[in-house]
Design a protein around this ligand. Structure first.
Ligand SMILES: Nc1ncnc2c1ncn2[C@@H]1O[C@H](COP(=O)(O)OP(=O)(O)OP(=O)(O)O)[C@@H](O)[C@H]1O
Ligand SMILES: [Mg+2]
Length: 339
């Protein structure tokens, strides 16, 4: 049977072990520290944790500590009083207050400054804090869940992370194993993603023949589930057959598994030297109108750049020379943003 915990797909022992701990810890108020490489599903797991907790009808408030400028993070978390700093023109509640009764998710906690770490420790221990520039002590009932893809023990040893906070956070450690350690989950996941993306593109679900499966199983997936998800999306757009041929897989994968792609493929090398701009005859040959043709080209370039960037949108935007927000807007319009 396919295990499905709030959309988390997988039935490898490595993952079911995580589910077992999840089911035990979700109903409690214990602090949980989720670790794992980028793209392993840490955020998905934390959402499942909240959804299975007694706090499920209360707010779930994620904060990406790595994405908010350091000087703003404190006021983002704890709020501020009018006049606390130049732009504090009115009183403002922070995320801890917004999360009252629910769960706050401190994502990328390894990026947090030492000075702020002390304040988090205090919330953990005393459940209280002050707004920036405020004197009133605020009390909240918040469950704290943190995640990081850093090795926090090494960060502690290097003096970049407080040891007391580490132990206080690490009450229940949940480690998400990298995709390459999840065996046939790779195949299960690729099938689920193909079903989703092919349905979006209104095409029959692409089959994955044995030769292709074996490449999936030996590839190291440095970008983990996110990379797999993006690749399946790309293939759902670019594959012309009803199945994924090994030669449809990107060069990066072949380099990693240490093999050469099957002979006729080697797609980039097979392209003629020089670049020919499409001509009207190409439109006619494809039976497409101008808009459709341009849309198709755009979709292919978007998918390729995302693939090149391992799913990192900032990087894909850079490759295309557009703003990240423009990229996201385009992906949204084309239904390519994923779930
Ligand atoms: N087991 C899974 N089943 C289905 N989808 C998954 C699974 N794991 C991850 N995903 C999907 O992969 C993508 C990346 O997952 P997520 O954002 O949770 O990873 P993360 O560990 O938080 O990554 P990062 O460290 O880069 O923030 C998301 O689109 C998520 O829905
Ligand atoms: Mg994340």
């Amino acid at each position: 049977m396919e295990l499905n915990t709030s959309g988390i797909i997988g039935k490898s022992p490595a993952l079911t072990g995580v589910f077992t701990v999840l089911s035990k810890v979700a109903p409690t108020d214990s602090t949980v520290l989720v670790t794992g490489e980028s793209g392993t599903g840490k955020e998905l797991l934390v959402r499942a944790l909240h959804a299975n907790s007694r706090r499920r009808d209360k707010p779930f408030v994620p904060v990406n500590c790595g994405a908010i400028p350091r000087e703003l993070l404190e006021s983002e978390l704890f709020g501020h009083e009018k006049g606390a700093f130049t732009h504090a023109i009115r009183n403002r509640a922070g995320r801890f207050e917004l999360a009252d009764g629910g769960t706050i998710f401190l994502d990328e906690i390894g990026e947090m400054d030492l000075s702020l770490q002390v304040k988090i420790l205090r919330v953990l221990q005393e459940k209280e804090f002050e707004r920036v520039g405020g004197t009133r002590t605020m009390k909240v009932d918040v469950r704290i869940v943190a995640a990081t893809n850093r090795d926090l023990e090494a960060e502690v040893a290097a003096g970049r992370f407080r040891e007391d906070l580490f132990y206080r956070l690490n009450v229940i450690p949940l480690h998400l194993p990298p995709l390459r350690e999840r065996g046939e989950d790779v195949l299960l996941l690729s099938r689920c993603f193909l079903e989703r993306f092919c349905a979006q593109k209104e095409r029959p679900v692409l089959a994955v023949p044995a030769e292709t499966s074996s490449v999936f199983l030996s590839y190291s997936w440095p970008g983990n589930v996110r990379e797999l998800e993006n690749l399946m999306e790309r293939l759902s757009i670019l594959c012309d057959e009803d199945h994924i041929r090994p030669e449809d897989l990107p060069r990066k994968i072949w380099d990693d598994v240490g093999k050469a792609p099957p002979a006729p493929a080697a797609v980039p090398a097979a392209r003629p030297a020089g670049f020919d701009w499409p001509v009207v005859a190409d439109l006619k040959a494809k039976g497409m109108g101008l808009k459709e043709f341009l849309d198709e080209i755009e979709e292919r370039l978007l998918a390729e750049s995302l693939e090149m960037a391992g799913g990192v949108k900032n990087q894909a935007a850079e490759i295309l020379g557009i703003k990240r927000t423009t990229l996201i807007e385009k992906l949204k319009k084309k239904n390519m943003l994923g779930a």
